[in-house]
Design a binder for this molecule. Sequence first.
Ligand code: GLN
Length: 497
Amino acid sequence: MTDITNLSLADLRDALKDKKVSASETTDAYLARIDAAKDLNAVITVTADKARAMAKVSDDKLSRGEGGALEGVPLGIKDLYCTEGVLTTAGSHILDGFKPRYESTVTGNLWRDGAVMLGKLNMDEFAMGSSNETSFYGPVVSPWRRAGPNSHKDVTPLTPGGSSGGSAASVAARLCAGATATDTGGSIRQPASLTGTVGVKPTYGRCSRWGIVAFASSLDQAGPIARDVRDAAIMLRSMAGHDAKDSTSIDCPVPDYEAVLGQSVKGLKIGVPKEYRLDGMPDEIEKLWADGVAWMKDAGCEIVDISLPMTKYALPVYYIVAPAEASSNLARYDGVKFGHRAKDYDDILSMYETTRAEGFGDEVKRRVLIGTYVLSAGYYDAYYLRAQKVRKKIFDEFSEAYKKVDLILTPSTPSAAFGLGEKDGDPVQMYLNDIFTVTANLAGLPGASIPAGLDAQGLPLGLQLLAKPFDEETMFKGMHALEQAAGFSARPDEWWG
Ligand code: GLN
């Protein structure tokens, strides 16, 4: 075998079970790639010793013909997931030195099934951002480059998207077989779209949030970023499941998502919402969307025009609700219990203030300020309460639409990857990235991004499928059909000079 890291997660799983490769050699191959790709800045902490020890345990199990669904498969973990005894930063200075004494339920599920932890992946600070530029550890660089005769000389470093930029870049650059990510307003789907990977945000409540550093608790969901639809299906099955420690996790069976791949989508009704057609949307996004519609039609689906008029309020509602919840969740970082504590202060109040002033970056401070404002007496009714009412209307509108259709098809992002530094001076421009993704979080719906084409500069573009609550199976069927039709095979390596 030339390079183990070329195998998809599914093929690697099978090769491990058939003893064609060992978990230890696979782990070493990935650790070598991580080492060679330091310039991408995708990994905050490499857990090489832990990875080798876990791989050894997997090899023992595999040699006895035992092991779980992911036995010996090396994964990267977004640094928002608490991992026992391993530095967990959430991309923030304020969590300096924080080594949790517990494991998040989702990562625990992955280890239960035999996966190997390679390390903790870079991300926007507290998952607030769309470009990975808010990370205290610096931006992640996308492994993709703009194509062109001089692309290898005159390279503008591109964003892999955010907030799960480290996860998306690592999967795209084959630094791990798959990665965990989280999505509060698009942070799984947007970076997946920008890096030619598959990202799945399941229904709110499908995965436990326990042990994942909270950003906006009513919106946060865990999910995988993977190389293809099958890999994402395998990962999600291990990650998902009821957990008594998260009161919002739902007690319903986790289906075998892999088993539905390839099943016919004939007769499925696919909704196309007219409000997602934005003024000034690039032609290539329009074309990609039209291609997606044509592919689903060819596969035997019925295309239904639908209307979701509340869509125009989704971004403003999100940017009230998410900061409001964040301002409350982030109140716990005060220098007392964990992480950074300011050195110079006069009394306890100034210790809190100085710690927070030093520990949080600008975007996080902006969100805490907005969130505190919209929750404050006198403004609560005008902003937060009203936003919650509109949120309910967005949910109702989707419920109505789902009486007519099984899935909804839209672009994942309004553009391909942009250059690092291009939008970081203008928060509103940055927030506009989330225009197609935030609705699914506000309504709690499952959503996924599937790589579907390249723009004129050779950069990946994704299509988004949204499904009914807890109907990830139909979503996976549709994703697989789209993947088959799109035949996306480009890899970032092709553009490397
Ligand atoms: N880009 C969005 C934000 O900054 C979404 C982030 C996320 O999903 N974690 O809030």
